[in-house]
Design a protein around this ligand. Structure first.
Ligand code: PLP
Length: 359
C-alpha cells in the first residue's frame, strides 16, 4: 500500500510510515573522554589487558584484508557457554540480536510486548518494523518485575516479547521459574531474554533452551567484558530457529577484531570474576553512602543503581558532569530518578564525595 503523502522539505524523500512516526533517538555518547563514566553501565576499568595484548599480536595487514571467518570462534564460544555451535549466532552487539529477532519474526502491525521502562532498543527496532507495541509497566512498588500483569497481557497473536533480565534501568529482575511461566503462556511468540547483566546476578535462561522452541537468549561482551567498542553479542535459540535468524542477518556484521577479542576475553575468566566481586562490594558501599545522605534508591541485581533526586535529577546530573562524573538522568521515565553505574569501590567513593558536595 502506498504511503499517505505528507509535507516534507524540498528534496527530502518520504520514508516508510513507521520511520516517519518514530521519535529520533540519539544516545548522549559525545565528550565522555577523561571523565568518570558512570553513565552507560560499561566496565569502568576496561577490557582485560590480555585482550589488548592478543589484539596487538594478531593485528596484521592480512587480518584486515580478508572477510571474517567465524568457525573457530563459534566453536570456542559454544564450549564457553555450554551449547552447540548451531545453537547461536554472533551479533554486532545485543542491538543487532534484537534487530535480527524482530526482522525474523515481526511483521508490520504485529503485536509486540515490552516492559516499561526498559532498554530503549526494543521499542526502537519494533517501531522500525512497524509493529504494534504494548508496554507493561514495572510495579510502582520497588519497580518489581510485573510477572502477573505480563502473563495476563499475552495474546495468542503476540509475536514477540522482549525482556531484559535483570532490567535496565530498574535493576530488578525475575527468576527462571518466572521466565518459564512466560514461555509456557507465550508459545506462539519469540521470547527474548536479554542477559546483558547476567554476570552480576547469575540468573540465566540458557539451560531452558532445549525445552522451549520459543526461547531466545542474548548475551553481550559490552558490559562486564569491557568491550562495548567492539560490538559483539550472541543470540541463542534452538538450532531450527537459528537457521532462520541466519537467513535474516547480513553475513559479515561481526568484524574480525571482535572475534579475536572474544577469543582472548573468554580465556581470562579470573579478570571477569575479580571485576564482578569488586562491583558487588562497590554496590554495597554505594547503598551505605546513599543511606548516609538520606537518598532513597532501588536495590539492583546489576552494575547500576537508580536513586531518587526528586525534582533536581537533571540539575544533579549536570552538576556532577561539571565535576567530571557522568551519570544518566532517567526522570523522563521514572520521575526523579538518576542512574549511576557501579564500578570499583574507589570510583563509588569519588562519586559519593562529589554528590555530597552538591546534594
Ligand atoms: C538491557 C540491555 N541490553 C543490551 C544493551 C546493549 O548491549 P550491546 O552493547 O551488546 O548492544 C544494554 C546497554 O545498555 C542494555 O542495558
Amino acid at each position: 500500500m502506498a504511503n499517505k503523502r505528507i509535507d516534507l522539505p524540498p528534496g527530502v524523500l518520504q520514508p516508510r510510515e513507521a520511520v516517519l512516526k518514530m521519535a529520533p533517538y540519539s544516545p548522549p555518547t559525545a565528550g565522555r573522554a577523561g571523565k568518570l563514566r558512570l553513565d552507560f553501565n560499561e566496565n569502568t576499568v576496561g577490557a582485560s589487558p590480555k585482550v589488548i595484548e592478543y589484539l596487538r599480536q594478531q593485528l596484521s595487514e592480512d587480518a584486515l584484508a580478508v572477510y571474517p571467518e567465524y568457525g573457530v570462534i563459534k566453536q570456542e564460544l559454544a564450549e564457553f557457554f555450554g551449547v552447540e555451535p548451531d545453537d547461536f549466532i554472533l551479533t554486532n552487539g545485543t542491538d543487532e540480536a534484537i534487530q535480527v529477532l524482530i526482522n525474523t519474526y515481526v511483521d508490520d502491525g504485529d503485536d509486540v510486548l515490552l516492559l516499561r521502562p526498559s532498554y530503549a532498543m526494543y521499542r526502537f527496532y519494533a517501531e522500525v518494523a512497524g509493529a504494534s507495541v504494548r508496554e507493561i509497566p514495572y510495579r510502582a512498588q520497588k519497580l518489581a518485575f510485573p510477572l502477573d500483569e505480563l502473563l495476563l497481557a499475552i495474546r495468542p497473536t503476540t509475536r514477540a516479547i522482549l525482556i531484559a533480565n535483570p532490567n535496565n534501568p530498574t535493576g530488578t529482575g525475575t527468576s527462571r521459574a518466572g521466565i518459564e511461566r512466560i514461555l509456557d503462556k507465550a508459545s506462539g511468540a519469540a521470547v527474548l531474554i536479554d542477559e546483558a547483566y547476567f554476570e552480576f546476578c547469575g540468573v540465566t535462561a540458557l539451560p531452558l533452551l532445549n525445552d522451549y522452541p520459543n526461547l531466545f537468549v542474548s548475551r553481550t561482551f559490552s558490559k562486564v567484558y569491557g568491550m562495548a567498542a567492539m560490538r559483539l553479542g550472541c543470540l541463542f535459540s534452538q538450532s531450527g530457529n537459528v537457521d532462520f535468524l541466519h537467513k535474516a542477518q547480513s553475513p559479515y556484521s561481526v568484524n574480525t577484531l571482535a572475534t579475536l577479542a572474544a577469543h582472548a576475553a573468554i580465556q581470562d575468566r579470573t579478570y571477569i570474576e575479580k571485576y564482578v566481586t569488586e562491583v558487588l562490594a562497590a554496590r554495597e558501599l554505594l547503598y551505605v553512602g546513599l543511606e548516609r545522605l538520606g537518598i532513597p534508591y532501588y536495590e539492583s541485581k546489576a552494575n547500576f543503581v537508580l536513586f531518587l533526586a526528586g525534582d533536581r535529577s537533571i540539575a544533579i546530573r549536570d552538576e556532577l558532569r561539571n565535576r567530571g562524573v557522568l551519570v544518566r538522568d532517567r526522570s523522563y521515565e521514572i520521575p526523579g530518578c538518576v542512574r549511576v553505574t557501579v564500578g570499583t569501590r574507589d570510583q563509588v567513593r569519588r562519586f559519593l564525595a562529589e554528590l555530597e558536595q552538591i546534594w
